[in-house]
Every structure is written in C-alpha cells, then in structure tokens.
Design a protein around this ligand. Structure first.
Ligand SMILES: [Zn+2]
Length: 139
C-alpha cells in the first residue's frame, strides 16, 4: 500500500470502483474514463510502479488474467477484439504509477481507429540504422 496511490486506495476500498475480478494477487475494475464499453483495468494488489520493477511471476499472472478477461469481454459483451495497453514511465505517459494493463474491447467501426493515429506517428529508419538498433538490443 502506497500513500497517495489511487489504485492502492481502490484496492483497499478507500475509493469505490466497479470490480469485475477480485483475486488473491490481482484485481480488475472498470476504467472510469472508458474508451469503449467494458474498458477494464487489470491491476496487481501489491504496489509496483511499472514494467521495470514488477515481479516476474506476478507479471505472468497478469497476462494470463488478461487472457481470461478478454475471453469474458468476448463472451459477455460480444466484443470481437481487444487491445491491451500499458504505459511504463512518464515519457510513455503513464498517469497512475501503479502497474496497470488496459483491456479495451473492440468492435468494427467503434470509432477508436487506433491504426489511424499510429500510422501518422510512424518514424522512418534506414536498414543500416535498423540493423544497428537490432544489434544493440539483441540478447
Ligand atoms: Zn499503488
């Protein structure tokens, strides 16, 4: 429990939320600013800031839970697809510094068209630059 963390307060019950799952290590609740009906936030009970410091086993559990919630969004809401989003760090525009995964259910022509803004932001690199980048990142 981290003081002044809105998600820790939701998990402790200090701030109300509409929970869809309350597991031993993970909770899921509806985003109060949803991009679509059924936009869920998947959050570990233990405070970890983001992908850089979350415990590996817990991160694995979160991904498996994301799959279960995705199935549920499809089954219960008729979602045809889902987007999973995470922001880790200020430069990535993380707003709440308690690890969370957004699950946004998607339908055809639902007005989100994420590919539109994605394509506008694409940067170009030469094949030499890409080769150098890959070599630097390879492990
Ligand atoms: Zn927290």
């Amino acid at each position: 429990m981290q003081e002044n963390c809105v998600f820790c307060k939701i998990i402790s019950g200090e701030i109300p939320a509409h929970f869809v799952h309350q597991g031993e290590r993970i909770v899921a609740f509806l985003d109060i600013n949803p991009l679509n009906k059924g936009h869920v936030l998947l959050v570990p009970r233990d405070h970890a800031e983001n992908v850089f410091d979350i415990e590996k086993g817990l991160l694995s559990e979160l991904i498996i839970k994301a799959q279960e919630i995705s199935w549920r969004l499809r089954e219960k809401l008729g979602a045809e697809a889902v987007n999973l989003f995470n922001a880790s760090g200020s430069a990535a525009e993380q707003s709440v510094f308690h690890f969370h995964l957004h699950l946004v259910p998607r339908w055809p022509a639902d007005g989100l068209a994420i590919n539109d803004w994605w394509r506008e932001k694409v940067k170009k690199f030469s094949s030499e630059e890409l080769e150098e980048l890959a070599a630097k990142l390879k492990f």
